[in-house]
Every structure is written in structure tokens, then in C-alpha cells.
Design a protein. Structure first.
Lengths: 170, 417
């Protein structure tokens, strides 16, 4: 997988899915339109400032709350290349991986990084560099199964390949 | 092995398993709710043509029940067509109530089964000895394609509840107190089991509330060993007696064990805007309340409406407060009508709305305006959860909500017991 590079948007603990994407807009399924509301409940400036490749850095329990896949869809559509948090709501974690959005656990990163810092991340190894402060960090490596999904670009391309090669009952 | 591990091992056709292992599991019940049309979209995007085991699929039209916008109506229409085309086993339309209670009422939530629904509160089914867990739309679509889902076998933590709950104090108060102590990320990736004499003494309704709220601890699933109370509850709903409940092997090692004495528990509230911002209700007593809300998969069961009716019988809610009541399901509503609770509540000034998810997640039927304060028997108080992001939500037991509706301010229910 390629090295990711982008600026950091830093948040605290317990950023829930209602704040990442509001429930009244769940009828929208077009990803680009979903992307227009990313992080609306926590940081209205985010959507104006986020550029492709930028990363979200957060405290514990990022994406806690509802099962809405929209929370992962909206971040990807807004151009976010990865989310690095102290821990994740487990459904958000699965949803992000399924969409091919790398999500990594790094306990201390959010306390060392500032908004706007340039970060590079190797999703395969979990190595993080804050280019702005020249600090190095190590995220927990992802499991083999999760990396396999990310290498396919998400669960959809992976399942399409499975359906082609083995049929639906495998 | 833990009973939960046995459920996963059986679903993956392996003899044994352990925490941390990733298993590809056959899913007994796959549930979709109407928020996630993406489930159908992802199914088609992945090349799906026919659902692998449509008899195991349940479609719930509960979050938008009944549709309050044209786009919601469109989503529900598309799902009904999808169900008809695919021969989906169970369509629970807008008259059935919140998915989890509707599944129980249909006798489909059973011990030892593996239940996956596109709703985070699927943990609730642990209260009947099932492995219930929530997933997103595309995960569910992979189940529609293959009948299976990869799951990481979770570590299990055990809470032993001792003592006797005082009158006017409920399971909701206990789980809020635990949330306040352990915080919202305590059980992320883990399962939470409840045991002990205070759990054995609880009604099935109270056990469902405990397991429902483990989602707010971050839990993957919850578990209570089924007993005679569970068996009677399931039999009343026509659930088949098989499979039999599984049991945990002696000597199983829990990742964490904690004990609580519920005898000392008093009414609790989670104050804005986090489920773990918990304090004794007394710390917030007297704060004026604009709306009181009783409902949802957490606090809208028959026993919850019974407590509210007990407090409100022959009385009237405070003029500055509106009380919105959304029974958890059609069966709940019917039973509450028969028991006279609905008459009592409506005579007391309550506004009755459709069984379903309603204002619990800020969709419709009782949203909050800017600056308003709500006390709610539901499960989340995040900013904007029930309407305007500058509205305050206090989570509490249904009895505390009813007492507060009566007083027009946050109030202790114990004087009514």
C-alpha cells in the first residue's frame, strides 16, 4: 500500500457518529453529497478546509454510537486518507475498513500533533511521521485480514473478486 | 470456552476458539433497518443477484415509521420491492415497532443464535442468551451475498450484581452508574456479561435494558445466561425451544471482573452531552424540563409504560412540559392498551406516537428546539441526537422521566414508591 500524506485535523475523545454525520440526512446515498456534511456536528470549518489526503487524528472512541456507514462514507468522500485515533467505536472501525479507509490505533498521537501539521503514514506498518515537528510515532499494526481488505481497496472489490473466482457459496 | 465463544465456534464449524481469533461465521438472523438503503446498494455493487439465505433475513421499517418525508417514503418503497423480489423471510413494516423488540416479539431472537443487525443496539439480544452485534450496511450486504460474516472473537468481562434494587430504582439506573464509572470506551471490542442475584431477580425487560446499554460502553455484544425467566418470556412469544442455551465452561478466564451492590444504587442521570457524564439524579433535580420522552428499544417496553402509568395515574403532567411516549413495538402498544396504561398516560397529558425509533435519534415525532431540555428513557444524549445540537438531553429511567414530566423539572421517582 502506498504511503499517505496530508495535514492533520485533531479532535478529542468520543467523537460520535451523530457528530460525524447527522441522522436527519441518512436518506442521502450519493457519496459526494454525503461528503458535503463531514464532521458537521463537531467542526463546521472542517469541510471547507479539508483537502484530499488530509487525516483525522483523535482521542479515544472515535466513531462511537450508531452503526451508520455514512460516518465512514462522508470522511472518505471529503478526501480523508486515514483516521488515527487512540481507539475506535467498533462498528465505525469495520465500516471504514470495508470502504478501504485506513483506520489505525495510536494511543498518544492526538496529544502530540497540532491541526495543520503535515503527516505521513504507512498503513501497512503503522509508522507515522509528523513532518512539521519531525516526531515519529508507531500505530498498532493492522491484522492480516484487515490489511487484505485494504489492499483490495475495500470489501466490495474483495467480494467481487471472491464472487468471480469461487461463486457466492464459498 | 465462554457461551458466546461456543456460539461463534458453532457458526464457523470449528470445535474450539479463543479471544482474538477471526472467524467466518454463518449468521442465523441478518436484520436490515430502513436507515441503510446502502445495504441494497452494496449488495448490487458487489455483484449480488440473489440473497444467499433469504429466509434468515429480516427487514425492519422502524426508524422512519411511518415516513415523514417523501425521501423516507422512497427508501421504504425501495426496500419493500427488494424484499418482494428477493423473497426476504420477514418484512416488519412500519406498524411493528423498533427492530430489536419486534424481533423478540416475533419469537425470532433466541438463545445460542448469532444475530447481526444494521443497528448498534443489537447487543440487546444477549439478554436472551444470543450473540447479537451491530454492523454497517456493507457488512450486512456481505451476509446477503454469502450468508457469513467475519467476526473477531471478543474477550468477555463479567459484572456481578449483588443485593436488591430499592423501590423506584431500576436496571437503567444501574447501567448508567456503571457507565459513569467505567466510561464510554471501557468495553470497546469486548463483550459484557451480567450475572449475580440482582440479575436473577430482574424481569426480562430489565435485563434487556442492561444489555441494550452495553453498546454505550463500546461493547461488541452482551450476555446473560438464560434461566426460567428467559424461557417464560420466549415461550410467551412463540420462540422455538431449540437451540438450547449454551453455557460457559467452568474455569473460563474473564478479561475483567467487577462486582456491584445495587442495594445502594439511587436514581441516576447521564447529563449532556455524553452517556458517561453520569451523576445521581439529585445533582440535577429541579432543572426545568421542556420535554420528557419514554420509548425506544431501551425504555419503551410494557414494564416501562407500567412504571410511568403508576406514577401518572390520576395526575396531570406539568403545563410547561410535554411527555412523548413511543411504545417499543406493536405488541407493547396492544398490551399497554389492554392494561389501561395508554389511557392513563394520555389522560395525564402524554402525546402518544408510533412504535418505532422516532425522536430517539432525532428523525421525527418529538424533536427538540434550540435551548430546550429533555429527560429521556432512551440511550444517547450526544449533541444534536434528538433535534437541535444546542438542546440538552438527560438520560434516565422511565420512572424518573415520568416523575419529571409531572414536576416539570428533573425529579426523583422514589416518592411514588
Amino acid at each position: 500500500m502506498t504511503l499517505l500524506r496530508g495535514r492533520a485535523f485533531v479532535y478529542g475523545a468520543n467523537i460520535d457518529t451523530d457528530q460525524i454525520y447527522p441522522a436527519p440526512l441518512l436518506t442521502i446515498t450519493d457519496a459526494d453529497k454525503v461528503g458535503e456534511h463531514a464532521m458537521e456536528g463537531v467542526d463546521p470549518a472542517f469541510i471547507k478546509e479539508c483537502r484530499p489526503g488530509d487525516m483525522i487524528v483523535a482521542g479515544t472512541n472515535f466513531g462511537c454510537g450508531s452503526s451508520r456507514e455514512h460516518a465512514a462514507v462522508t470522511l472518505r468522500a471529503a478526501g480523508v486518507s486515514a483516521v488515527i485515533a487512540a481507539s475506535f467505536g467498533r462498528i465505525f472501525f469495520r465500516n471504514a475498513i470495508n470502504l478501504g479507509l485506513p483506520v489505525l490505533i495510536c494511543r498518544e498521537l492526538h496529544t502530540h500533533v497540532s491541526r495543520g501539521d503535515w503527516l505521513t503514514l504507512d498503513p501497512a506498518t503503522g509508522q507515522i511521521v509528523d513532518e512539521t515537528t519531525r516526531q515519529h510515532f508507531q500505530a498498532e499494526p493492522l491484522s492480516g485480514y484487515v490489511l487484505d481488505i485494504l489492499r483490495h481497496g475495500g470489501i466490495k472489490p474483495m467480494m467481487r473478486e471472491l464472487m468471480r473466482t469461487k461463486g457466492p457459496r464459498s | 470456552m465462554h457461551a458466546l465463544e461456543k456460539i461463534l465456534a458453532r457458526a464457523a464449524d470449528v470445535a474450539t476458539t479463543h479471544a482474538g481469533e477471526i472467524l467466518n461465521c454463518r449468521i442465523d438472523i441478518a436484520g436490515i433497518n430502513d436507515l441503510y438503503l446502502q445495504t441494497k446498494r452494496s449488495f448490487l455493487e458487489m455483484g449480488g443477484t440473489r440473497i444467499h439465505a433469504p429466509q434468515n433475513v429480516v427487514m425492519f421499517l422502524d426508524h422512519y415509521a411511518p415516513a415523514s418525508t417523501v425521501s423516507q417514503a422512497g427508501v421504504q418503497k425501495e426496500f419493500r420491492q427488494f424484499c418482494a423480489q428477493q423473497g426476504v423471510g420477514h418484512l416488519m413494516d412500519v406498524n411493528r415497532g423498533v427492530c430489536h423488540q419486534a424481533l423478540l416479539d416475533a419469537g425470532l431472537s433466541k438463545p445460542a443464535s448469532l444475530i447481526v443487525i444494521t443497528d448498534s443496539h443489537t447487543t440487546m439480544h444477549g439478554a436472551v442468551g444470543a450473540f447479537g452485534t451491530g454492523v454497517g450496511a456493507t457488512d450486512l450486504a456481505t451476509i446477503l451475498l454469502t450468508g457469513k460474516l467475519w467476526l473477531r472473537v471478543p474477550e468477555v468481562v463479567r459484572f456481578t450484581l449483588h443485593g436488591t434494587l430499592p423501590a423506584g430504582v431500576f436496571a437503567k439506573d444501574v447501567i448508567l452508574r456503571i457507565l459513569g464509572e467505567l466510561k464510554a470506551d471501557y468495553a470497546v471490542y469486548r463483550a459484557v456479561e451480567f450475572t449475580g442475584p440482582a440479575v436473577s431477580a430482574m424481569s426480562q425487560s430489565e435485563r434487556l435494558c442492561l444489555c441494550n446499554m452495553t453498546t454505550e460502553l463500546g461493547a461488541k455484544t452482551a450476555y446473560i445466561q438464560p434461566d426460567a425467566v428467559t424461557a417464560a418470556y420466549l415461550a410467551a412469544r412463540g420462540a422455538a425451544p431449540s437451540p438450547a442455551p449454551l453455557t460457559t465452561d467452568p474455569g473460563y478466564t474473564y478479561a475483567d471482573e467487577r462486582a456491584y451492590d445495587v442495594s445502594a444504587c439511587e436514581p441516576q442521570v447521564a447529563a449532556p452531552s455524553s452517556v458517561d457524564n453520569v451523576a445521581p439524579l439529585a445533582a440535577h433535580a429541579g432543572k426545568p424540563v421542556d420535554q420528557a420522552y419514554i420509548g425506544a428499544c431501551t425504555g419503551g417496553r410494557l414494564e416501562d409504560l407500567a412504571e410511568a402509568a403508576h406514577i401518572l395515574r390520576g395526575r396531570h403532567i406539568h403545563p410547561r412540559t410535554r411527555l412523548v411516549v413511543s411504545p417499543a413495538s406493536r405488541e407493547t402498544l396492544l398490551a399497554a392498551i389492554q392494561a389501561g396504561y395508554i389511557t392513563t398516560l394520555v389522560e395525564a397529558g402524554a402525546t402518544l406516537v408510533t412504535p418505532g425509533c422516532a425522536a430517539c435519534l432525532g428523525i421525527h415525532e418529538g424533536l427538540l428546539a434550540e435551548g430546550e431540555r429533555c429527560i429521556s428513557a432512551t440511550n444517547r444524549n450526544f449533541p444534536g441526537r434528538m433535534g437541535h445540537r444546542n438542546a440538552e438531553i438527560f438520560l434516565a429511567s422511565p420512572a424518573s422521566v415520568a416523575a419529571s414530566a409531572l414536576a416539570g423539572e428533573i425529579a426523583d421517582p422514589r416518592p411514588y414508591y
